[in-house]
Design a protein around this ligand. Sequence first.
Ligand code: GLY
Ligand code: MN
Ligand code: MN
Length: 451
Amino acid sequence: MIDPLPPSEYRSRRQQLLAQLAPCSAVLLPAAALRYRNRDAEYAFRQNSDFLYLSGFDEADALMLLLKNALEEVESILFVLSRDPAQEVWTGYRAGPEGAVEQFGFDRAFTLEQQAEQIPTLLADCERIYYPFSEQQGMATAIRGWCQQLQTQGRSSEAAPQQLANIEPLLHEMRLIKSSTEQQQMRRAGQICVQAHRLAMQNCRPGMFEYQLEADIRHSFAQQGCRFEAYGTIVGSGANGCVLHYTQNRDAMRDGDLVLIDAGCEQNGYAGDITRTFPVNGRFSADQKALYQCVLDAQQAAIAAITPGACFDEPHRAALEVLVTGLVELGLLDGEVEALIQDEAYKPFYMHRTSHWLGLDVHDVGDYRRKGESRLLLPGMVLTIEPGLYIAPDNEQVEARWRGIGIRIEDDVLVTEQGCEVLTQDAPKQVTDIEALMAQALAEQGGGVHD
Ligand code: GLY
Ligand code: MN
Ligand code: MN
C-alpha cells in the first residue's frame, strides 16, 4: 500500500539520476506487471522498487522515460494505462495521463497505446539508452524495436541511439543512501515491527499453531497501517527454527521449545526485517539460554562495530569471533578460535552472513564490495544485523541436548554521522526482558487471547 511522498521528492530523485548522465541520454524503466496466482486470481500487486523510488506511482504496466537533451534540459514522461470506466469498474481506478502529471509531477504523460507512436520520436536524438538489465520484461527487445522503427522511417539523426547501458549501478547507488524522508519511513517500519513482535511474545502459548502467531504479527502490522509484509513471515518452532526461510508455519508449538519469528512490515514500500527467538512457554531452559546468550553477545558485538568508515564485513567478523568463541566454550566446536574461523568450521551451525542492505527491497540493492574489497559504511545506509546458530536435529556430532535448537536475532540499523541508530531497538531481546514480558502477559491474560 503506497501513500506517495510529495511529488517534489520523486522529482528531485529523477533530477539527481539525470544529473549523472551525459547529454543525449534516455532512461527507460518499466513498472511491474500484474501476476496471476492461478486462474483469474491475481497476486497482490507490488510495484517494482526502482520504479517506485523514482515515481511513487503504484499502477501496473506503466513505463517511465527520462530524457536529457544536448542542451542538458531534462524531462520526465510517463506512459500509463488509459482511463477506461468500463474496465475500472472491475479492477479499480486509474490515474490516467492527467493524473500522472497532476498527482505525480511528471512533465508529460501518455497512454500505453501511444508508446509505439511517441517513443521512437522521443528517442530520436539520444545517443545512449539506459534501462535495467536485470528486468526480465523484454525491455531490450522493445528498445531494439523502437530503434529499428526510427531507422526504417529515416527519422534517426546521426546521433541516434548507438549504445545501451545498464541504469542499475547508478540508480542502486542512490537507493543505498537513504534520504532523511526515507529514514523516517524506515524508522516507522522499525517501530511497527517492534509492536508486532512484542504482541507475538505476549500471545504465544504452547499448543498454538505457528500460523496463528503469524496471524498475530500480520494483524498487528495491519492495525498499525501496514497491509503487507515485506516478505513471507517465518514462524519456526523447535527444529523448524533451523530452516532459514521456513514459511510453512504449520506446526503446533510445543512446551519447552523455542520459536523463531522473522517478520517485517512493508511501510509505504520500505521494509522492516526483524527476528526474535523466544521460549514458547515463556522460560528459557539452561541450554537454550546458553546458546541464546552467545547469539545475543555476537549480535551486540556486530552492532558495536557499525560506524561510518568501518567496512561492511566488520560486523560479520565481530559476530563470528563471539559465536565461535561461544561454540568452543559450550563444547560444540573444538580448537583455536582463529583457526576455526579460518577453516569455516562454524558453517554447520552458522551458514549465512550477518548483514544485508535494507530499503525498498528486503534484500536491498547496492554493491557490497568495491574493487574486490568490502565497501565502507556511510551515513544513510541501512543494514540488518542478524547472527544465528542452528543446530540441526540430526547432527550427531554434538550432544543430543543441543539438537534442534535454532536461534536468530535480527535488528535493522541506520548508519549515522556519529555511529549508528538501531531502528528496532525496542523489541525485547535480553533473556530477562523477554521472560518478564511473557510472564506479565501470562499473569494479565491468564490463558491468553487465544484460549
Ligand atoms: N527475512 C529475510 C532475511 O532476514 O534476510
Ligand atoms: Mn529477516
Ligand atoms: Mn534479514
